[in-house]
Design a protein around this ligand. Sequence first.
Ligand SMILES: NC(=O)c1ccc[n+]([C@@H]2O[C@H](COP(=O)([O-])OP(=O)(O)OC[C@H]3O[C@@H](n4cnc5c(N)ncnc54)[C@H](OP(=O)(O)O)[C@@H]3O)[C@@H](O)[C@H]2O)c1
Length: 321
Amino acid sequence: MEENNSRVLSLLGGLAIGIVGLQVFRKVLPWIYANVVGPKVFGSSVNLAKMGEWAVVTGSTDGIGKAYAKELARRGLKLVLISRSLDKLNGVAKEISDKYNVEVRVIDVDFTGGAEIYEKINNQIKGMDIGVLVNNVGISYSHPEYFLDCYKADPQFLRNIVSANIHSVTHMTALVLPTMVAKGRGVIINLSSTAGVIPNPLLSVYSSTKAFVNKFSDDLQTEYKDQGILIQSVQPGFVATNMSKIRKATIFAPSPETYVRSALSTLGIAGQTAGYLPHALLQLVIHLTEAVFGEQFARNVVLKNILGTRKRALRRLTKEQ
Ligand SMILES: NC(=O)c1ccc[n+]([C@@H]2O[C@H](COP(=O)([O-])OP(=O)(O)OC[C@H]3O[C@@H](n4cnc5c(N)ncnc54)[C@H](OP(=O)(O)O)[C@@H]3O)[C@@H](O)[C@H]2O)c1
């Protein structure tokens, strides 16, 4: 009897070790490769300058988009910068062309607009050898808020978030992909957010648009991988930009330049990536919390945190009025 029990126990022990081993093999090792060994030891093997003469970057006069533009110019690509304000665009174009000695063209459009803006963009990029597209433009709430309060305050604003964060990605992709497919090479980088992969109440429209970006990128990559197209969805946590309102860079909210250098080191290694190790660790902690304590517990922790942010923002707004 005792012998039987110990045999069952050792069988169960072996099974448990097997399951843990399988999880390590399936999840832990790929995570370590995608976030640490791949980018930091091997580095990206994608030669962006070989993809084509030009790179197009949306939302490129500030923050992460401007940092992508500068890094692509440093690697020798000519640039098409697309943002709202022509003055800001001309300023950034001069800054980049003076520093990196590459041709920079600008297109001023407001991505909250309709189909007409894509006609304007198409007319200006038609025939260009575009090798890289960075779908970076994005807008978010001024502060976390309940959906109905947002809707009541300004239904058009929620529509604008969808136009700038979703329609820009699909339309811009549709404009440049045919040339890339014809050449059999090209890179499309889509800016999602950690908000799209973790619970993110009170920013629900913004975070849903970012979940769309992940799904769209993932399925599109499967469709066009065999045609030589690389599509990456990048999911930053906080980066010190106008959008986050974080002025001073820290390890968990890096400068856009630090973030972009890190994200580009994952290109060709990870299709869906936080792009920066501290942000990948943050996602991991939240996913582990969900796995160990349950999804509801993780949602409650995030909600409490975001309610705190909302309270501080509303207090600041009241003071300013
Ligand atoms: N910063 C973060 O913490 C963070 C975290 C996760 C994800 N992201 C994502 O990263 C991307 C870039 O964010 P960011 O923080 O760099 O933003 P940002 O500093 O606010 O810069 C946004 C850029 O987009 C342009 N832009 C804004 N609205 C536009 C519109 N309606 N039409 C055309 N251009 C417009 C702005 O230029 P003009 O004002 O001159 O047009 C600016 O160049 C976004 O997709 C965002 O969702 C950011």
